[in-house]
Design a protein around this ligand. Sequence first.
Ligand SMILES: [Fe+2]
Ligand SMILES: [Fe+2]
Length: 190
Amino acid sequence: MNALFVRSRMPEELGFLLKQHPRDSWRSSPDLTSMGRFWLKRHNMFRELGGALSGSILQLKEDTFNPQTFAQWFAPRLNFLLSELEGHHHIEDAHYFPVFVSAEPRLKRGFEILDRDHHHIHDLLERNANAGWAFAEALAQGGDRMRFAADTYGGEADHLVTGLMRHLEDEEDLIIPLLIDRNESGQSLM
Ligand SMILES: [Fe+2]
Ligand SMILES: [Fe+2]
């Protein structure tokens, strides 16, 4: 199984900055820049949207949604999540991670883990898109075919959301303490 689904957090030795800047200190920290706060908001948007999409499948199965209304709600949101995540990961890999690694080489291994997560999540996004579009098509047909496609898509969406939640939390635990720490000494990284 991929490491993303095995670990429950980042390796202990990468947590030296998180110990100095634990999660409950982030919100009030004057050294968390508006860019850092914006980046956290993006993560929260991914959490909410991912959770809403996988949760909506459950509602569809419980017949609390009309399939046509559901399709109109579901398709643009799925599309939005997939494309925004692709763009987000691309900026992190190409721009931010190299800046962070050169600022703190002791965290290099952590950024390698996050980079591998991105590749794995990319595969999950493709599987999700395929299952999502098959599901959107089956919605028009209704009946057993729709239910079967909903089950398949629901499984894919749950898997993606589970991996994504792990990734977002571990990424924040690595990056936010680094941003705060460097900002304290006048070096703005983001
Ligand atoms: Fe990421
Ligand atoms: Fe991210």
